[in-house]
Ligand binder design. Structure first.
Ligand code: ZN
Length: 251
């Protein structure tokens, strides 16, 4: 792969390269990065568009769903003309139009035990914005197994959450033990959400991803950011490793 940024890319990213604390070196790190986006819903639509515009070089998208009319209220990549088409494919086309200098792959299936190993083990970073707990647990398990950093974002109602799992940090299952959720049928897909909430969380997730990929910064490693959309306030909570965690303690 071409490592150096072309003249056209230098122009495209000029405002970023000008930034104090960001430089060509950070921009080239973005170009070399492989990032997997799990889910192409309200969070991922915005996250991945920001990453594509910022210059993340290799983006993979996975989502088995097609665009439905109730998605258009908050999933900013889609229009009424996309109804019935696979979200991952529509989004891929949009990202390629936005930034022709990056590589985008799309997968129109569920992330499952069969395909997850191959997809996750090759990534520099995984961003989870999916709408169900079973996928979130699987993504967490494989990110821990392959030591691939994970930034997980969620939004329900007026509240959003964001945190990062990396290296020796506590993992998703330390924070949300599986047995606590076993009887809970709550899926983001079935609950109400204001149009803006997932997009606020997506912007924070994309921002953290750029900090990590370009500058190796991890402000939310083993910290849970909770954004309250009713009071417009946010807090950052510390959480501990679960010494009985079947995922990160078994490694
Ligand atoms: Zn754990």
């Amino acid at each position: 792969m071409e490592f150096e940024l072309s003249d056209a890319e230098m122009q495209l990213y000029a405002r970023q390269i000008l930034l104090d604390g960001w430089d060509i070196d950070a921009q080239e790190k973005l170009k070399l990065a492989n990032v997997l986006i799990v889910g192409c819903g309200g969070i991922s639509c915005t996250t991945v568009e920001l990453l594509a515009r910022a210059g993340v070089g290799q983006i993979s998208l996975i989502d088995p769903d097609t665009v439905e009319i109730s998605n258009l209220q908050r999933q900013i990549a889609f229009t009424s003309q996309d109804l019935g088409f696979y979200k991952a494919e529509v989004l891929k086309k949009r990202l390629q139009q936005i930034n022709p200098y990056i590589q985008v792959n799309s997968y129109t299936q569920c992330l499952d035990e069969q395909n997850a190993d191959a997809l996750i083990s090759t990534q520099d970073l995984v961003l989870d914005g999916c709408d169900n707990f079973s996928t979130r647990y699987l993504v967490n398990k494989l990110c821990v197994k392959y030591s691939v950093p994970l930034i997980s974002a969620s939004a329900i109602g007026f509240v959003g959450q964001l945190f990062m799992v990396e290296g020796d940090s506590a993992c998703y299952e330390c924070l949300f033990p599986k047995e606590q959720l076993e009887n809970e049928s709550l899926r983001c897909a079935d609950s109400g959400v204001l149009a803006t909430t997932p997009n606020v969380m997506a912007s924070l997730q994309a921002h953290h991803a750029l900090l990590y990929l370009g500058l190796a910064k991890m402000p939310l490693k083993q910290k849970l950011l909770v954004w309250n959309g009713m009071t417009m306030s946010q807090k950052i909570l510390n959480f501990d490793k679960d010494l009985e965690c079947p995922v990160c303690q078994a490694r």
